[in-house]
Design a protein around this ligand. Structure first.
Ligand SMILES: [Zn+2]
Length: 411
């Protein structure tokens, strides 16, 4: 029985839910679907232009407020809000100024906003650690319209924002408060060199030393290369002492496979970048790139909402656990190379080979001979490492290059 089933059962018999964070059984697939559909609709214009991003930011702020979250930027200098935003939501918004123009002598915070970060707070209940912060985040901006065509960005990243809205709802309504504070944040301008999260990390509402864990989700509703993968990739755990163990220890839906990779496999691809650079322990969740990435075909009807639901619960459990733990994961440089990463690679290669074989059986062209060689070779060598049960730094370097080559040429 999963933890959620246990929780629901606890509720049915009128007992306190056992295990797992309070309320996460309330995470609802249909509400996640409705959020993604709305965010990806014409109403928000693909969340690309300044006006459309401003409207999206105001919408998210009003949702955080309606769910009972406190404003994250209250009393913070430079939190001026979107133009014409109602007074009631202004403190949920952080102005993100544009880069300095030549000759503009004004301090950054006084320049007109290029975008807006959005944040709500669940204040911690334990005075000893309530100043600590766990951040759960997703970027809400996307590509807007190009050549008259809407880029809905349903997976990128309405899916991650829907997760944030759902967790805001669950935590905003919960009578149980976490010991540490939890912030739910929507970042603007991720598609423009992570400018929103970079600004936030440079002008945080609380010192970054108090951020005990930063989580961001970017594209959590599809599958890598459209392969039949039940995976959510989790990167960054290698930089937080004990973080992988925290994730392994929380209740999880059985259908979801959490596949670990070192963040150096992909470099800087989302809003964790500025936090990693500031040595804040972090986790990045993504289901990976697919053929509709950054295209008008990234639509809501192609999203696996069951997966979005499962990831939302997982992220909620991890954030809640760290917000209540005795000790929090401390930053560490990369540790020893880990075999679990190689298992992830074997698993992806197996799926690629299976798809290629199915394509060829059906008389369609699969891989080229060279691609097949690359995938098979990588899989076989990776499998040998898994069977041996350990790998060294040289092998990891080789695996990383193979994985990058796979991403570039096969997926
Ligand atoms: Zn994205």
């Amino acid at each position: 029985m999963t933890g959620f089933a246990v929780c629901v059962l606890g509720l049915l018999v009128g007992a306190e839910p056992v295990g797992g964070a309070p309320g996460l059984w309330q995470v609802e697939t249909e509400r996640l679907r409705a959020s993604v559909e709305r965010l990806a609709s014409e109403e928000f214009g693909g969340r690309g232009s300044r006006a459309d991003r401003g409207q999206t930011a105001a919408y998210l702020a009003s949702r955080f407020r309606a769910e009972g979250l406190s404003p994250l930027f209250a009393g913070i200098e430079g939190a001026a809000g979107v133009p014409r935003a109602e007074e009631t939501i202004r403190d949920y918004l952080q102005n993100v100024p544009g880069p300095a123009q030549a000759g503009d002598e004004r301090p950054l915070a006084e320049r007109p906003a290029l975008g807006w970060n959005v944040g709500g707070l669940i204040p911690g209940g334990d005075p000893a650690v309530a100043d600590d912060l766990v951040i759960v985040s997703a970027h809400f901006d996307h590509l807007g319209r190009r050549g008259g065509e809407l880029y809905p960005g349903a997976d990128d990243n309405a899916s991650g924002v829907a997760m944030c809205l759902e967790l805001a709802r669950v935590w905003g309504r919960s009578k149980v408060r976490p010991r540490r504070s939890i912030a739910v944040v929507g970042f603007d301008l991720e598609e423009r060199m992570l400018w929103g999260s970079t600004w936030f990390a440079g002008h945080p509402p609380r010192p970054l030393s108090q951020v005990k864990l930063f989580i961001t989700a970017d594209m959590i509703g599809r599958a890598l290369g459209d392969l039949p993968l039940k995976d959510i990739f989790m990167l960054g755990a290698e930089h937080g002492k004990g973080l992988a163990e925290v994730v392994a220890g929380v209740p999880r839906d059985e259908g979801l496979k959490v596949s670990r990779l070192g963040v150096d496999f992909i470099g800087t691809r989302s809003d964790y970048g500025p936090f990693r650079d500031a040595e804040v322990p972090f986790l990045f969740f993504s289901s990976g790139e697919h053929p509709d990435y950054h295209s008008p075909r990234d639509t809501a009807d192609r999203i696996d909402f069951e997966k979005v639901t499962q990831v939302t619960r997982l992220v909620g459990e991890v954030a809640w656990t760290v917000a209540n733990a005795e000790t929090t994961p401390e930053w560490q440089g990369r540790g020893e190379p880990e075999v679990v990463e190689v298992e992830t690679l074997v698993h992806v290669c197996d799926q690629l080979i299976a798809r290629d074989e199915a394509e060829r059986r059906a008389g369609r062209s699969g891989f080229t001979a060279l691609q097949r060689l690359l995938v098979t070779n990588t899989r076989n060598q990776a499998r040998a490492i898994v069977e041996r049960g350990r790998l060294d730094a040289d092998e990891r370097g080789w695996l990383m290059r193979s994985a990058q080559l796979l991403l570039a040429t096969v997926l």
